[in-house]
Design a protein around this ligand. Structure first.
Ligand SMILES: Cc1cc2nc3c(=O)[nH]c(=O)nc-3n(C[C@H](O)[C@H](O)[C@H](O)COP(=O)(O)O)c2cc1C
Length: 199
């Protein structure tokens, strides 16, 4: 498939591949399989491999035993670095300027990816470049229903995109608002499909 992507976009267009170091899921992709994937990417014209991990499926049986403090995929990225010359990006758990610079300065990865930190503070890279190296304020939730934290970030993105008025909501409300939004999207998709079906 990657070869087909490259063929479609041509030699000059950047192609990046995001992979999971591990799904942290019983029966999911593990580190050995992901390293084999890195090996398989060598020789294909890929410009960047973004290493992250985990899943955001509510109810997914995560392997909590692999959790570490700080960015969790640093060890995997170091192994990947030894195996490939493709530029690497490392995403996951980067919350501070010190963590981000340590990853790049140590040569663990060429680029750092930010997801939740950027949702919390879209100006973060600009701020860090200007010398204000404070970390974004990560929320603490009183109650975290299944899927609630992911829903909270999703609703926060919706707010950034102008799709909801109020910025911060608790995780229970986020889960309910997210579920309502998804039902609406599913319904619109269903109606669009129905209108396109031959009479
Ligand atoms: C609300 C939300 C939605 C996400 N959706 C996707 C997605 O569609 N595809 C994907 O590859 N990763 C997705 N991710 C995972 C992030 O890209 C990233 O790998 C992960 O959050 C770890 O980075 P972080 O610790 O900086 O948040 C999502 C993360 C969040 C919080």
């Amino acid at each position: 498939m990657l070869v087909a992507v490259r063929d479609a976009v041509g030699a000059e267009f950047p192609v990046a591949v995001k992979i999971n170091a591990t799904d942290r899921l019983v029966g999911g992709v593990d580190e050995a399989q992901s390293l084999a994937l890195i090996d398989a990417l060598e020789g294909i014209a890929v410009d960047l491999v973004d290493i992250s991990g985990g899943t955001y499926f509510p109810g997914a049986a995560t392997d909590a035993g692999t959790r570490t403090s700080g960015p969790p995929y640093v060890g995997f990225a170091r192994q990947a670095r030894r195996r490939t010359s493709i530029p690497l990006m490392l995403t996951g758990g980067v919350k501070t300027f010190e963590q981000a610079t340590a990853i790049v300065n140590s040569g663990t990865a060429d680029v750092v990816g930010l997801a939740r930190s950027l949702v919390l503070d879209p100006e973060l890279p600009t701020r860090w470049r200007r010398g204000d190296t404070t970390a974004p304020a990560f929320p603490r939730f009183d109650e975290t229903p299944e899927g609630g934290v992911t829903a909270w970030y999703t609703e926060r993105i919706a707010h950034l995109a102008g799709l909801r008025d109020d910025p911060v909501i608790d995780a229970v409300r986020a889960r309910d608002d997210f579920a309502r939004r998804e039902r609406g999207r599913a319904e619109r998709w269903r109606l669009t499909r129905a209108s396109r079906e031959p009479m």
